[in-house]
Design a protein around this ligand. Structure first.
Ligand code: SAM
Length: 338
């Protein structure tokens, strides 16, 4: 197929290990309306000031330059992206950029019911909802705020708006919600959901309890496989590292995301943009390049493209994260959009 977007004079972005970079995850805010125990302290974090946060126009400028060198897929994340005003305005701006063909959202779902349809109308293609428990008492214990009903309503609204199949992301913690793995997996028999179990990652907030809470993907799959036979499947459309399985006759799929037990750096296709405009080259390292300063100084696309290309020399080959270690200087995934 002829590629009309990336011209021969603009070769596609790839890092020094020859991995094509086609996926940009954008944190639109570092703030959140939940305080999940594995992510953020109850009092919150020192938030980035409003003046430091990229405007929608600045984000669109960066996406426009990235699209010229082969970035195709965008994910909006945070913090909680739905607490930023008029997010559909940003979605519409990104949807209008030639070359971008997938705009996904990661949300905790609390504000999804009221926004799903207008996000879809603006051009959003898919939604991931984070949900760690199906019990309200545990929801309050893990997220430190009430809201399970609103999240479930958000999932229904997103399905009704055509944002499915929805991926449900569940962080599994021993002694907190690991006994719900089977109930989550069971949802996939009757619902067109991709339920994905995520190994809890060590960040400053949970580093002390991390080792005792950690449940590896192998153990999760063994437990689900004990309900009924699971067969490997290709899974729903996506840009990520999940491995998918399904029960016989099920409408949905079960997936595992295993950053610790199963390193998938070989196929890394992504970079991240923090809410304050830093390009982050690896989720688990301190490799940042500032994009906000050049954007605010009026840099042309060529200059932004040169910065993207230069950043590829900084992108590490792999992370060196092990159980019991923190992920660098990052205090929480909310800072760079998990
Ligand atoms: N607020 C949005 C949401 O809830 O999806 C987007 C940001 S949130 C930081 C992105 C994802 O990171 C969520 O699924 C959350 O559960 C996950 N996450 C945060 N801290 C984590 C940790 N220490 N280990 C594993 N997953 C984590």
């Amino acid at each position: 197929m002829i590629d009309l977007i990336a011209s021969p004079s603009e070769p596609r972005l790839a890092d020094v290990f020859h991995r094509p970079i086609t996926y940009l995850r954008i944190s639109v805010t570092d703030r959140c309306n939940l305080r999940c125990v594995y992510c953020m302290p109850e009092a919150g974090l020192p938030w980035i000031s409003k003046a430091e946060i990229l405007s929608y126009e600045e984000i669109a400028r960066i996406v426009g330059a990235a699209a010229k060198i082969g970035v195709r897929a965008i994910r909006l994340t945070g913090g909680e992206p739905l607490i930023r005003q008029d997010l559909e305005r940003l979605v519409a701006m990104i949807a209008a950029i030639p070359g971008i063909d997938d705009i996904a959202l990661s949300t905790n779902g609390l504000l999804l019911a009221e926004q799903a349809q207008r996000l879809r109308d603006a051009g959003l293609t898919r939604v991931n909802v984070s949900l760690d428990t199906l019990r309200e008492d545990r929801f309050v214990a893990i997220a430190r705020r009430p809201g399970l009903d609103r999240v479930l309503a958000g999932i229904e609204a997103a399905s009704a708006a055509g944002l499915g199949p929805i991926k449900l992301n569940c962080v599994v913690m021993r002694g907190q919600n690991d006994d719900e793995v089977e109930a989550f997996a069971d949802l996939t028999r009757t619902r067109e959901l991709a339920v994905r179990f995520i190994e809890v990652m060590p960040v400053a907030e949970n580093v002390e309890g991390h080792a005792s809470e950690y449940v590896g993907a192998g153990e999760i799959l063994d437990r689900i496989g004990a309900i009924a036979e699971l067969r490997p499947v290709s899974g729903p459309l996506g840009n990520g590292p999940a491995r998918y399985y399904a029960f016989d006759g099920a409408r949905g799929t079960v997936g595992v995301i295993s950053p610790l037990s199963h390193d998938y750096c070989d196929t890394c296709n992504r970079v991240r943009l923090s809410a304050d405009g830093r390009l982050k080259l690896c989720l688990f390292g301190d490799h940042f390049i500032d994009l906000r300063t050049p954007v605010r100084a009026g840099a042309a696309d060529d200059e932004l493209i040169a910065i993207f290309r230069g950043s590829m020399y900084v992108k590490p080959e792999r992370h060196h994260l092990d159980v019991g270690q923190t992920a660098s200087a990052m205090r929480a995934l909310s800072e760079i959009g998990g």
